[in-house]
Design a protein around this ligand. Structure first.
Ligand SMILES: Cc1cc2nc3c(=O)[nH]c(=O)nc-3n(C[C@H](O)[C@H](O)[C@H](O)COP(=O)(O)OP(=O)(O)OC[C@H]3O[C@@H](n4cnc5c(N)ncnc54)[C@H](O)[C@@H]3O)c2cc1C
Length: 510
């Protein structure tokens, strides 16, 4: 069915979800991925004998994948093995200040009461209710729908929804909104950290991002084999439904003819014809002209200062002593504002960072191996991938996080050298991003509306991925792929000329 040829550029989860959806609907789908493996940011790195997850580790909003798989005639549970976490994460400020959050709100409220007093526990319950309300208001009209502008969003949520949105105080920052629920600065820091799930600072992100807290409260799962396994499962199913996936295929140009999509050209000169292209890399690559002039989009230029956060990650095999790590643990800096000022204003690695540790061999509560274990250590960093952090700066970063972990009672004793990924490395892995991991930063209430939607002005060119509506994170990026596929299918149905105007000729030519 040559008239339904679709090329997906990039096998990140957005591209893969689009590919699976379209392949299951009978489209002729080819995924072109420049890396050697599928998954994009959902990747594992070899460290010694082990493979350590070096990308996302917190799996939420499983309904997105349940729907994705079931619409392709399969089921999530039969493709991957999931375990619900009862401890969402373990948090520490010092050796004596620790707090677990649980999937059960009452258990969390009790833990918060013991940690910071009953008034804070009450604030937590009010916060959860409001975060749930934000999520409920936005799931249908925003997360499940095409990108709206502010007026359309208002129309979609309706009068009651507008009241709900207004109560969220959309123009307030997350940090200031949290002050209405928590007096204890540690709790404000804990819940403010959810902004970083979108690569944003809690001091600049809109209060609506409290919905991330609800998403986590609604369920966190661990996946056997890690999240890279989930990406592989989506790719496998897409192949079983007929998609072709080519790795080591760098798309150098998106080609148009007579103003509409005609195919792509690879870095080695090979041209592949198609009637539609879904660009699944970061839209900043289009803005920077990395796909050639036909697809260059002025609106997608993302100045360095508007990029979301990057990270420095350390994958290591180490013995952990003195602190029982949970599967997800967070160690907070002493001064959150100074940390974000260092990253976003100073454009440097923070001298006192907040650290996320994923102890991949442990269950949610902390049971795990009695010996070296696989760990991912992550600190936030500025997305200035064009400049190289010196080995001294990276060593200083390691010293800072080691000190912060030690202040919380944790010592890590690596048994082999760590695999380190810097903003520069992320920039090289994900072209056009400068190392930004979540697209444009969600700073200010208008930022959400600056993310492009699935459709572009070029007929036949669609966008998917974490830099596109509805936003970053594994489920949201997957959702963007589903939206791109839906837009393409709808356009095909409504435009009879969609097929005829495309590039004539074979499917692949040099
Ligand atoms: C360290 C880290 C931790 C994270 N933690 C979490 C977490 O715990 N939970 C969560 O939900 N999310 C997390 N995220 C975010 C999440 O991983 C991403 O939002 C999501 O995976 C992005 O998917 P994507 O569809 O945008 O594709 P990407 O993963 O960005 O992949 C894009 C793909 O396109 C390919 N590509 C680009 N240009 C070309 C080209 N010219 N030709 C061919 N191929 C090309 C790239 O090689 C890449 O494979 C984390 C991210 C990182 C990096």
């Amino acid at each position: 069915m040559a008239e339904k040829r679709v090329i997906v550029v990039g096998a990140g989860i957005g591209g893969l979800s689009a590919a699976l959806t379209l392949a299951a609907r009978g489209f002729d789908v080819t995924v072109l991925e420049r890396a050697a493996t599928v998954g994009g940011k959902m990747r594992a790195l070899p460290v010694g004998e082990a493979a350590i997850e070096a990308g996302p580790t917190v799996f939420t909003m499983r309904w997105v994948f349940e729907e994705l798989f079931s619409q392709a005639g399969a089921s999530l549970e039969s493709e991957v093995r999931l375990r619900a976490a009862s401890v969402l994460a373990r948090h520490a400020w010092t050796a004596n200040e620790r707090l677990d959050l649980f999937a059960d709100i009452d258990a969390s409220a009790a833990a918060i009461a013991a940690f910071a007093g009953p008034r804070e526990a009450d604030g937590y319950r009010r916060f959860c209710a409001r975060a749930a309300e934000v999520y409920r208001t936005l799931e249908g009209p925003f997360i499940r729908s095409d990108r709206p502008n502010p007026v359309e969003l208002g129309k979609r949520v309706g009068l009651t929804g507008i009241g709900d949105l207004w109560r969220i105080r959309p123009f307030a920052t997350l940090w200031s909104a949290l002050g209405e629920y928590f007096r204890d600065p540690r709790l404000r820091q804990l819940f403010g950290r959810y902004a970083t799930y979108c690569g944003a600072s809690p001091f600049a992100a809109p209060a609506t991002l409290m919905l991330v807290a609800h998403v986590e409260q609604a369920g966190v799962w661990t996946l056997e084999g890690g999240l890279s396994r989930l990406a592989r499962a989506v790719a496998d199913l897409a192949e079983r439904r007929g998609a072709r996936i080519r790795t080591g295929a760098h798309v150098a140009r998106i080609v148009t003819e007579n103003g509409r999509i005609a195919g792509v050209q690879l870095a080695d000169g090979e041209r592949i014809a198609a009637e539609a292209v879904i660009a699944g890399g970061d839209v900043a690559a289009l803005g920077a002209g990395l796909f050639g002039p036909d697809a260059a989009r002025e609106g997608d230029r993302v100045p360095a200062r508007e990029r979301s956060l990057s990270a420095v990650t350390f994958c290591l095999n180490a013995r952990a002593r003195g602190f029982t790590l949970a599967h997800h643990s967070v160690f907070f800096s002493a001064d959150y504002r100074a940390e974000f000022d260092a990253i976003l204003r100073g454009r440097r690695l923070p001298p006192d960072p907040t650290i996320y540790v994923c102890a991949q061999d442990r269950d949610d509560a902390g049971a795990g191996p009695d010996g070296p274990e696989r760990l991912l250590v992550l600190v936030n960093a500025p997305a200035d991938g064009e400049r190289r952090f010196t080995p001294q700066e990276i060593a200083a970063c390691e010293t800072s996080w080691t000190k912060r972990l030690a202040a919380c009672g944790l010592t890590l004793e690596p048994v082999s050298p760590a695999a380190v990924t810097t903003p520069e490395d992320f920039g090289a892995l994900f072209p056009g991003t400068g190392g930004a991991l979540y697209g444009r930063a969600s700073h200010g209430w208008t930022a959400t509306f600056k993310r492009p939607g699935a459709r572009t002005k070029v007929p036949g060119l669609y966008l998917a991925g974490g830099s596109v509506h509805p936003g970053p994170g594994v489920p949201m990026a997957a959702q963007s792929g589903r939206l791109a596929a839906a837009a393409l299918i709808a356009d095909l149905a409504s435009t009879p000329t969609w097929r005829g105007a495309a590039m004539s000729g074979g499917t692949s030519m040099r």
